[in-house]
Design a protein around this ligand. Structure first.
Ligand code: ADP
Length: 542
């Protein structure tokens, strides 16, 4: 017997339709590359999105066609989110910080027909103009541009495209299983692979994301996604905010601490999300002058790489800012787990909770976890045993775009994350390492992340990376690379002393090397593959 409920497809357009109709008073604030602030609203975004849909339709864009963006977090980008997906085309957000070869590769792989570019990103385009895909029909500038490089395709203006339309259309009724957006993994581990989200997966993920233990959005919130809109759809914030009618502050490319703090204060931001690097820099900036405080401390969601405990502690104790540690992946839309309090630790004191905040937390509804060891057996939930995390659910990928098969997908329908984790009695995971980054010493595994996090507890350590180097007896041994905080000169001994007692003796790094900087990927993560390449010939004495 079938239920007797109405059958409405879950469509991205239904989000903007709702927000525009019922949350006209929420503000959408946008900052461009020059720092100019513009203001619009959900109805304003819907009007632009509809005009954009009309313009694209007029240019022959049909459902399923890929439309690329090279842009920051701005209102025009938000209009593209809704206009492109709303009309049934596929929004392909490209990270401007990738190498030109990678940008060229993914534009070609996606077969984009139009490329929308923020004027400040034009120099990037200059670097790929000779490798543009053959099917690319036009580059569309999102705003005024002083100098446009010579390009082998037509160059249009988004403002002009919109100005020619009236926005007087209804959103089409699409199949909810249709593709809505495309995002490439940032290639921390090889060439980027495309993850093709559907309208259905995007909506279900957004409905989960607004819930109290994740973003906890309300109609009174002012959310500022610092995580870029080209990085897994800014973790779904542009969609989630439309569900609850939350105001948005889109900070553009200026993500330095002073600019961000200015926006927190001026716009009354109550919520923000981003990677640890951003918050670490903000914390250092705040500490540099006693007058730097939050009038109303916002809440933060942090993920993308492990969040160092001193950062959580600093924000919480010194500035009253609570941080929720989250874990996710491009392939999981991206939210998989969050570490907010639950019945099992509701009565823990602050010190114990702070220590616990290093964990990535428990899966959210809609995300099924399985952790298996090398032998394929599910591990004990004792917080000690570890294995590879596998995930399945309605917003987890089942394949990569343009790839028939990939070993990341198991025969029985799970996605292998490549993350090595423990699971504790409360069901929280802790990432021990990426399967590719664990240091294999004498057949046993050493967690590079644990060593790095411990090193960061040293007051003079700015950044640390633990990588494997060759050893004649143990195959691999840990080398700790350290960037000192400006104006400090810690000794290797003092750094090792911080680790001592917290890890087994055989986990202790064999050497500490001081470096001026560490290579980061386009998404701001330690670029381990590059480090391993740089230190390929580094050998330790027997
Ligand atoms: P890429 O694979 O290119 O780095 P993703 O953004 O999809 O791009 O990265 C997902 C990976 O980031 C995860 O598999 C995990 O290794 C890491 N990661 C994400 N969140 C956390 C976190 N809170 N703690 C530790 N690692 C994390």
């Amino acid at each position: 017997m079938r239920g007797l409920m109405q059958d409405h497809p879950l469509l991205v357009s239904s989000l903007i339709r709702h927000a525009a109709r019922h949350h006209a008073h929420a503000r959408i604030t946008s900052v461009d590359a020059e720092g100019r602030v513009t203001r619009t609203s959900w109805p304003g975004i819907e009007h632009d999105a509809k005009r954009l849909a009309q313009a694209l339709l007029r240019r022959g864009v049909r459902p399923g066609v890929r439309i690329a963006t090279l842009a920051w977090n701005t209102a025009p980008h938000l209009a593209l989110y809704y206009g492109v997906s709303g009309m049934g085309a596929v929004l392909h957000t490209v990270n401007p910080r990738l190498f030109p070869e990678q940008i060229a590769y993914i534009l070609k792989d996606a077969e984009d027909t139009h490329l929308f570019v923020d004027p400040s990103v034009l120099p990037v385009l200059d670097g790929v103009k000779d490798q543009l895909p053959p099917g690319l029909r036009a580059v569309v500038l999102m705003g005024e541009a002083a100098a446009v490089p010579e390009l082998p395709v037509e160059v249009l203006s988004m403002d002009a495209l919109l100005a020619a339309e009236d926005g007087d259309v209804e959103w089409p009724a699409l199949d909810e299983a249709a593709a809505s957006s495309l995002c490439y993994t940032s290639g921390t581990t090889g060439m980027p692979k495309g993850v093709l989200y559907s309208h259905r997966s995007t909506l279900l993920h957004a409905m989960m994301a607004v819930s109290p233990d994740v973003f906890g959005f309300s109609a009174r919130d002012v959310a500022m996604p610092v995580v870029p809109m080209f990085h897994v759809n800014a973790w779904g914030i542009p969609y989630a905010a439309a569900i609850t009618g939350t105001s948005l502050v889109l900070p553009g490319p200026r993500l330095d601490p002073a600019s961000l703090h200015g926006l927190f204060e001026a716009e009354g931001v109550t919520f923000s999300a981003g990677v640890p690097t951003i918050w670490t820099m903000l914390l250092q900036w705040l500490r540099a002058a006693p007058a730097r405080r939050f009038t109303n401390p916002p809440r933060l969601v942090v993920g993308g790489t492990a969040l160092p405990m001193p950062v959580t502690e600093g924000f919480r104790r010194e500035y009253g800012v609570p941080i929720v540690h989250a874990w996710g992946m491009t392939e999981i839309s991206p939210i998989g787990s969050t570490n907010s309090r639950q019945a099992g630790n509701a009565d823990w004191d602050e010190a114990r909770m702070l220590d616990y905040s290093r964990k990535q937390g428990r899966p959210q509804f809609g995300v099924d976890f399985r952790v298996r060891d090398d032998a394929g057996q599910e591990i004990a939930h004792d917080g000690v045993a570890f294995g590879e995390l596998e995930v399945r659910g309605p917003w987890t990928a089942r394949a990569y775009f343009n790839r028939a098969t990939d070993p990341a997908f198991t025969d029985d329908g799970w996605f292998r994350t490549g993350d090595v984790v423990t699971v504790d009695a409360l069901g929280a995971i802790e990432i021990v390492d990426r399967a590719k980054d664990v240091i294999k010493s004498g057949g046993e595994w050493i967690s590079s992340i644990t060593l790095e996090n411990l090193a960061l507890a040293h007051p003079d350590v700015q950044l640390a990376a633990a990588i494997p180097v060759r050893h004649p007896k143990w195959d691999e041994r840990p080398l700790l690379l350290v960037v000192r905080k400006p104006g400090t000169d810690p000794s290797a001994q003092s750094i090792l002393a911080v680790l001592e007692g917290h890890v087994a003796k055989w986990w202790m790094p064999d050497r500490v090397e001081f470096v001026d900087s560490l290579p980061l990927t386009a998404t701001g993560k330690l670029w381990k593959a590059e480090l391993k390449r740089l230190y390929r010939d580094y050998t330790l004495p027997a």
